[in-house]
Design a protein around this ligand. Structure first.
Ligand code: C2E
Ligand code: MG
Ligand code: MG
Ligand code: MG
Length: 292
């Protein structure tokens, strides 16, 4: 009887594994055509200055809408793109579209920057810095208006190599953000030797105050101070409640991002918020969740 139960469990496991493999291969095949079939879009999530809540920038987040698969989340398809090598083509598309959008906002007189997420693979591709310089030139975007976000995963690889690549990127004049800081294992010593400009505190740290009372405020506090001591700008991600915003503000953090200020929305929607801001409204209207 026990043997039969074990066998069923193995079969269930095998079945689940087969399903995952099949899903992976379907995603890979379909992703290959996503650009040509016009299934990719960027949404832009506002970055606000604290405590004013004025929009100062936006993070470009990739969306994939497939006619049969529906909306596939980046957390699912980005790893597929990374493993299959498609990420370089997707990343090039994201970079182009982001620069195009940024140029449009700048021409319209909006004082914003745009940040783009980078996979470690893209960073290590031959002459990625050249690609960035070309995109900036093509769209006539001042380099300091573009921020490139790298994650702690990139930090886990060869440090000297990473420092060299980030140095090349920075030489083009763009700013570098270290994304998801505090979620992984990069050490404080590594942070000190990395040529970065902005430290993005991971939402897990920001969310803590409500789950583990009394513990998290000191963590956010310490990371904000550390960042400032190293001469970095510090941005808190995933701010979802006024209480979280209060903790972040009390820690002295001057940049924030999260559902409290708005999810990622199509560029036209963000533009409406930017225009409202310029016409004197004090705070951006929160964007609807559905668009994220
Ligand atoms: P990330 O760069 O850390 O982006 C932040 C993620 O948190 C986004 O999810 C965003 O929608 C979500 N988020 C924003 N505010 C809140 C909040 O208040 N609460 C919570 N719980 N979540 C919030 P998204 O868009 O699903 O992206 C997930 C990850 O996929 C990104 O994490 C990034 O690592 C990756 N990604 C997205 N677009 C690109 C891209 O164009 N290229 C690359 N290489 N990676 C990308
Ligand atoms: Mg990011
Ligand atoms: Mg992040
Ligand atoms: Mg993330």
């Amino acid at each position: 009887y026990a043997k039969q139960r074990g066998k069923n469990r193995v079969e269930r496991y095998q079945k689940r594994y087969d399903e995952l493999l099949r899903r992976h291969s379907v995603l890979e095949t379909e992703l290959r055509h996503a650009i040509a079939r016009d299934q990719l879009r960027l949404v832009f999530q506002p970055v606000v200055a604290l405590p004013s809540m004025r929009i100062v920038g936006a993070e470009a987040l990739l969306r994939w809408y497939h006619p049969e698969l529906g909306a596939v989340r980046p957390d699912e398809f980005i790893p597929v793109a990374e493993e299959s090598g498609l990420i370089n083509r997707l990343g090039a598309w994201v970079l182009q579209q982001s620069c195009r959008q940024l140029a449009q906002w700048l021409v319209a007189g909006h004082d914003v920057w745009v940040s783009v997420n980078l996979s470690p693979k893209e960073l290590h591709a031959a002459d990625y810095a050249g690609q960035v310089a070309d995109a900036l030139e093509e769209y006539g975007v001042p380099a300091q208006r573009l921020v490139l976000e790298v994650t702690e995963h990139a930090v886990a690889t060869d440090m000297d190599e990473l420092i060299a690549r980030l140095g090349e990127l920075r030489a083009t004049g763009v700013r570098i953000a270290l994304d998801d800081f505090g979620a992984g294992y990069s050490s404080l010593g590594q942070l000190r030797s990395l040529p970065v400009d902005i430290l993005k505190i991971d939402h897990a740290l920001v969310a803590e105050p409500e789950s583990r009372t009394g513990m998290a405020a000191p963590l956010v506090d310490v990371v904000v101070r550390l960042g400032h001591r190293l001469g970095l700008e510090v941005l808190a991600e995933g701010i979802g409640t006024p209480a979280q915003r209060a903790v972040v503000e009390e820690a002295g953090c001057r940049l924030g991002q999260g559902s409290l200020f708005g999810w990622g929305v199509p560029a036209e929607h963000l533009e409406v918020q930017l225009r409202t801001l310029r016409s004197g409204a004090a705070r951006p209207a929160p964007a609807p969740r559905a668009a994220a």
